[in-house]
Write a protein that binds this ligand. Structure first.
Ligand SMILES: NC(=O)C1=CN([C@@H]2O[C@H](COP(=O)(O)OP(=O)(O)OC[C@H]3O[C@@H](n4cnc5c(N)ncnc54)[C@H](O)[C@@H]3O)[C@@H](O)[C@H]2O)C=CC1
Ligand SMILES: Cc1ncc(C=O)c(C(=O)O)c1O
Length: 309
């Protein structure tokens, strides 16, 4: 039974994950190589806990879990039943972490990666006892979005998938088991198909960025939260989809590299909210207000979608 979880990496995703797991009654020890990240994670944890309160996520009868931060990776993983690796999306950084923890954990400690889409089979090559490695892909913001993908690599033991699926379920979250270890799994394959087209339309001057967001959020996003893509095909009619896709699919972006607009911005360190500028610009005050407003709206929508309002 999983009780003690180590989280490695406390950037965008780690603190919200720690808060959600602890709310589910689990004991979390969280580590980051950067002291600044540990400091920031403390305040992000407090914000996430407030959002979990607003969502009405109850503490289990046995009581809430705990989150403890440490700057010592050996301390973080000591006695862990599950280690969740949550460092940047770069195989060599992830492999370094696996090499470091390998001698610090038991051979049956489960190691999960929150990778956005590196096949688990590739990551497994960098750890001993690869049968205990599994993909556990959360969605951002992880304390609010309830769905988590679970992915087996070629060497993952089936019971590890079941254990992680059951853990996710046991704390009131929604596991989705992905049946093939394809790059990007399912959520990001769908998201990146949408993002490729959206970036292309803005880059070609078909639409302004603000209008693109209005079109997608109100035309597609709002609807798709209630009616998933497969159900939407039935609502529209497969005959309509057949007619439109017969001419439209060939016209959609099939770019297989990173769009120049994105390269230009990343080369200029315009990374989005984390650097104050990306597709849009953000002052620190605007960022704080935006994050609060987005959390409030996501909480309200989730409560309604779950039939709690
Ligand atoms: N940002 C997002 O929306 C999502 C990201 N992911 C995935 O989660 C993982 C983490 O992503 P983010 O939190 O966005 O990254 P991030 O870049 O915000 O944070 C990564 C953290 O890892 C730390 N780190 C780097 N090397 C380390 C090491 N050797 N040991 C311990 N800590 C180390 C960094 O100091 C940083 O705080 C990536 O694989 C990413 O693809 C998954 C879902 C959503
Ligand atoms: C752009 C982008 N890329 C990856 C992920 C998750 O892996 C997300 C997300 O929101 O979860 C994302 O927005």
């Amino acid at each position: 039974m999983i009780q003690r979880i180590a989280i490695i990496g406390l950037g965008t995703m780690g603190p919200g994950m720690a808060a959600r797991l602890a709310r589910g009654g689990l004991q979390v020890v969280a580590y980051d190589v950067a002291p600044g990240a540990i400091e920031r994670a403390g305040s992000m944890l407090g914000v996430a806990e407030g959002v979990l309160d607003a969502l009405g996520i109850a503490v289990p009868p046995a009581g809430a879990g705990t989150v403890r931060f440490t700057d010592d990776i050996a301390d973080a993983v000591s006695g862990a039943d599950l280690v969740i690796e949550n460092v940047p999306e770069n195989i060599s950084i992830k492999a370094d972490v696996y090499r470091t923890i390998d001698s610090l954990i038991a051979s049956d400690t489960i190691v999960a990666s929150d990778t956005s889409g590196i096949p688990i089979t590739k990551l497994q090559a960098h750890i001993s006892h690869p049968e205990r490695m599994v993909g556990m892909h959360w969605s951002n913001p992880p304390h609010i979005i309830p769905m988590i993908e679970v992915i087996a690599g070629e060497k993952t033991a089936p019971h590890i998938v079941t254990t992680i699926r059951d853990l996710i379920r046991s704390i009131g979250l929604l596991p989705v088991v992905v049946k093939k270890d394809v790059p990007g799994f399912v959520e990001n394959r769908v998201l990146y198909a949408l993002l490729r087209e959206a970036v292309d339309l803005v880059e070609r001057g078909v639409i302004e960025p603000e209008d693109l967001d209005t079109c997608v959020s109100w035309g597609i996003g709002y609807k798709i939260a209630v009616i998933g893509p497969m159900a939407l095909l039935d609502m529209a009619g497969l005959d309509i989809y057949k007619s439109v896709s017969s001419f439209l699919n060939a016209d959609l972006s099939n770019r297989d590299d990173v769009a120049p607009m994105v390269l230009e911005k990343t080369n200029a360190s315009k990374l989005g909210i984390k650097s104050g500028e990306g597709m849009f610009s953000y002052t620190p005050e605007q960022t704080k207000a935006l994050q609060g407003e987005r959390a409030r709206k996501l909480v309200a929508v989730r409560r309604i979608l779950e039939g709690r309002e």
